[in-house]
Design a protein around this ligand. Structure first.
Ligand code: GDP
Length: 473
């Protein structure tokens, strides 16, 4: 080993003991040492060991639609920083806690449920579109309705637009809450104008179809209207579930607790989660040892849309994975051990294959896709406009190009998550991506293309559409 490291060092390649090598590096090293190697792709364990469970759920939904029952909506609040997400969530929760408990606010488990007009609503109280989209990228969409909050003294801001694009792309119904209407400098009219101009959302009272509620998260004004609207939308949407039997749930938060060990907060999507149930979640498994509700009370069973903190994981669960109850501990153990092995082979998350410009045509043919999604980042508003304009002129009879998000500033993790959730390519114009973001993109299999000249960006897209873009170095 030392000889090898030394020999490679002399060639200008720095190796560490125990380092994983890419096929290219192995080839390089072998050549350097006068060996010829043929590299066979390690047989990729392609099928998920839990696939039969996932299939069973799909089939259940397909063939038993009559047995499905309405469940409470799960709501996420998104918007620009300081527009009032936390205040709103605290206000809604505060009332319910005050009613139900003398002890005051219990520690948050990441989600809570309230009752309004005898109907339940679940709120995820880690606001922000990053978590929302990361869940979606992992295939675990937890949210049924998004509240897009816009402060009336500030109007539609860049992160409002970003949050909106994330929600829109997920196809989740959106209710706009115009907040801070108590402030003397609040301008509801102007905010609505900006909703129309910047988000293409037309409020209902202006003849459009976007439910818009004016609120003060601070004083509580309008919050009842908002809750009513949430219930209305959820009625229209007919959010359904399998009401009983083995559960499946979405992990919205997971961590190692100093005293309790690995714990996670899950929101049950289907069935009833019970103490004693065996489960798998990502590459880990466990047995439900104890469940705490959002008020810190131990409960024995949790039905659809109920958030609970769960104890009994074998190890810390993958954030945002889906938890499936299985019949036996053996089954849970087997699946998780196969999954761990797969992860070891791939040394990364089991990531989906995502679109790359260079093999766009091939992928389109294979997957019969018709749309190329782009997340576009540039350094100025003018550049975005110019780029969008040029992109819209690119014609191809088979493929539509859709800019699902265009934003100003460097490429961030949240862009990568959006691209991963929507199978998009990220195109940056005169912007950077930091090393953490680049790593995350690699892990997710997301392509980031960066440009300084409009012509080059457009030319690459043109070539990609003709299947003539040269593979990346
Ligand atoms: P977040 O960043 O979206 O979570 O925003 P916060 O909830 O932290 O609110 C930012 C600031 O705006 C805080 O100082 C809040 O007290 C204030 N704020 C939030 N909602 C209202 C409101 O309805 N009226 C007024 N006057 N202030 C508000």
């Amino acid at each position: 080993q030392n000889d090898l490291i030394k020999a490679m060092f002399m060639q200008g390649i720095v190796l560490r003991p125990g380092q994983d090598l890419s096929p290219e590096m192995v080839e390089d090293i072998a050549l350097n040492m006068n060996y010829l190697v043929t590299i066979k792709e390690a047989s990729k364990v392609s099928s998920d060991p839990a696939q039969h469970i996932i299939n069973k759920w799909d089939e259940y939904y397909k063939y038993n639609s009559k047995k499905l029952k309405i469940r409470p909506p799960v709501v996420t609040v998104m918007g620009h920083v300081d527009h009032g997400k936390t205040t709103l969530l605290d206000n809604i929760r505060g009332e319910s806690v005050a009613e139900s408990e003398a002890g005051g606010i219990t520690q948050s488990i990441g989600a809570y449920q309230v009752e309004y007009n005898n109907k339940k609503i679940t709120f995820i109280d880690t606001p922000g579109h990053e978590a929302f989209t990361e869940m979606r990228a992992r295939g675990a969409q937890a949210t049924d309705i998004v509240i897009l909050i816009v402060a009336a003294d500030d109007g539609v801001m860049p992160q409002t637009i970003e949050a909106y694009n994330h929600a829109k792309d997920a196809g989740v119904p959106i209710i706009v809450a115009i907040n801070k209407v108590d402030k003397p400098n609040a301008n509801v009219e102007l905010t609505k104008q900006q909703m129309v101009a910047k988000l293409n959302l037309i409020p209902e009272d202006w003849g459009g179809d976007t439910i818009t509620v004016e609120i003060s998260a601070k004083s509580g004004k309008g919050i009842e209207d908002l809750l009513e609207m949430i219930l209305l939308v959820s009625e229209v949407e007919e959010i359904k579930c399998k009401p009983n039997g083995n559960a499946r749930a979405v992990i919205i938060d997971s961590k190692l607790d100093k005293f309790l060990g690995p714990i996670a907060t899950v929101i049950v999507k289907d069935g009833v989660l019970k103490t004693g149930d065996f489960f798998i979640a990502g590459s880990t498994h466990g047995k439900v040892r104890r469940m705490l509700d959002d008020k810190g009370k131990t409960i024995k069973a949790a039905g659809p849309s109920t958030p609970v903190q769960l104890l009994g994981f074998d190890e810390v669960a993958d954030m945002h994975s889906i938890l499936y109850v299985v019949d036996t501990l053996d089954e849970a153990r087997n699946i998780s051990s196969i999954k761990k092995e797969m992860l070891n082979i791939q040394n990364q998350r089991i990531s989906k294959k995502h679109v790359k410009l260079e093999d766009l045509m091939k992928m389109m043919e294979e997957d019969q896709k018709k749309v190329l999604n782009i997340v576009l980042k540039a350094s100025t508003f003018g550049e975005i406009e110019a780029l969008k304009n040029s992109i819209s002129k690119l014609q191809n009879k088979d493929i539509d190009i859709e800019v699902i998000h265009a934003g100003i500033g460097s490429i961030t993790n949240s862009d990568v998550m959006l691209a991963s959730a929507s199978d998009a390519v990220i195109m940056g114009f005169r912007v950077k991506a930091d090393s953490k973001t680049i790593k995350e993109a690699e892990k997710e299999g997301i392509q980031i293309k960066k440009y300084d000249i409009i012509f080059n960006l457009i030319d690459d897209l043109k070539k990609a559409l003709q299947g003539m873009l040269d593979p990346e170095e």
